[in-house]
Design a protein around this ligand. Structure first.
Ligand code: ZN
Length: 186
């Protein structure tokens, strides 16, 4: 069975057995917080458990490295919708140790996708659109630096209300330990 069929078969049982009941909640975050974090597999359950977050407690926006690459991209838009319409009162940017985005250079991604069949002319067409591919596909040199970059991107955004605290933290993907990088109340 391929992945999609397997997931749909499981889902059919999940719904029929009403296993969703313990997870039913509302669309407004109970803890009034929004978390921007990485897509890392180790954080899928660990991060909410380590923060004592249950279903319904928080808005969570995931992007590689918790790095917000553009002030007018979909991550920043999600944050603005969260604070304006979805009752978010504090924002947490949480990077993690051993992140794949630490030290990532565009060449590592581009070499691999070319091996996967993407042609140079496809890449050239992206450059032709004026996209700075090197910058866009680049990670950060240190996790704390990436967290500070995202916190500053949010704090300095012209449409972000200045009374909303934006915190920066780093989580250990093995133990769940959180370390503070920036305390947003100050
Ligand atoms: Zn990561």
């Amino acid at each position: 069975m391929r992945k999609l069929e397997g997931i749909l078969a499981y889902n059919d049982k999940f719904v029929r057995r009403k296993e969703y009941i313990p997870y039913q909640t509302g669309k407004y975050p109970g803890d009034k917080i929004l978390v921007v974090t990485c897509m890392d597999t180790r954080l899928l359950e660990l991060l909410p458990k380590a923060m004592n977050l249950q279903n319904g407690d928080a808005k969570v926006v995931k992007t590689a490295g918790a790095l917000i690459s553009s002030p007018y991209g979909s991550v920043m838009r999600s944050i603005l919708v969260g604070v304006s319409l979805l009752a978010v009162e504090e924002v947490f940017v949480i990077g993690h140790h051993d992140c794949g985005m630490i030290g990532l250079e565009s060449g590592m991604v581009l070499d691999r996708i070319k091996q996967m069949g993407v042609m140079q002319e496809d890449l050239d067409s992206v450059y032709d659109q004026g996209v700075d591919v090197e910058k866009w596909l680049c990670g950060c040199s240190k996790v704390e630096e990436g967290v500070m970059h995202s916190v500053n991107m949010i704090r300095n955004h012209p449409l972000f209300p200045s009374n909303i605290p934006v915190h920066g933290l780093v989580i250990d993907p093995n133990t769940g330990k959180l370390d503070e990088v920036i305390r947003g109340y100050e």
